[in-house]
Design a protein around this ligand. Sequence first.
Ligand code: TLP
Length: 343
Amino acid sequence: MIDLRSDTVTVPTDGMRKAMARAEVGDDVYGEDPTVNRLQEMAAALLSKRFALFVPSGTMANQLAIRSHTQPGQEVIVESKSHIVRYEQGAAGALAGVQLHWVPGERGIMSAEQVEAAIRPTDPHSISTALICLENTHNAGGGTIYPLATIEKIRALAAKHNIPMHLDGARLMNAVAATTLPPASYAQHFETVSLCLSKGLGAPVGSLLISSDRQIIDRARRFRRMYGGAMRQAGILAAAGIYALEHHVARLTDDHSHAKKLARLLQQIPSVQIAPQHVETNIVIFDVTDQRRTPAEIVAALKEQGVLINPIGGLSYRAVTHLNVSAKQIDEAGAVFMRVLTP
Ligand code: TLP
């Protein structure tokens, strides 16, 4: 089976499993797991920040950031198709008590002008804007890389209005691999950054919340406990994360070239609408026009031929490349798409 549903489906390599088995561990609630501590130091250094907190998931990292930066009754600016809006079960409202202010971006990217228009005035009637969240790369936007110039403009606005910024950097390393910009060139514009080890980096579990602000990290650590995310001998998992950061960052460019190849193959199919130039990293979003079959039927027909993808609403589908998909499998998947989707 060629599984293109997500880069979350990756399984640990032998090398990663060996590193996990050998990991030195302790009780992380006491701050005594040396492997967790090492991962946190590594991740902070990677982004040129001072602190990092290991958490079970990207969702928890985002939600700890939102909870730690805000008070109930405040507002958070987010892009309308962001993970925080679509896929976190309303946690910002349910757990942090904040209201999300959705801004519709262009393939997930908000302009500085849009963000400026969304910042509330500081009059006695208006809700107060407490946080601005960006997502880089943007998942539902199609793995879009946030242009650094746009981030800089949004940052200048945020600074003017004294509003902190959080980056959902679940796939930040994909942006880094694609642009060859140092991670800090992005991270420097955000008070907090979340980074996932269990997407393209191939670890089984784990994300980090990274910041130079000790108070924010201390708050996030308390909320991590409240949210049930404080773990004990988590070094077994952190070892996988260390291995991922050491061995799986440079190879992300393979996933990007596989995604571009897949987009070109899809473009040759008459029923498919795709703009290959929009494929910037490892996510391929495309539409299929098929009068005879529903999206569920199309996905089932592809599965029967050995290819898994996700329908993402309307006529749209998402295919994601990752370390368990080879160049040869991309060609095979292209042939399956051609067979199944040709009217
Ligand atoms: N994304 C998953 C699904 O939840 C949609 C996927 O298959 O792409 N931020 C971004 C940008 C993400 O794409 C994801 C996961 C998360 C956060 C959450 O990570 P987890 O699943 O670890 O909570």
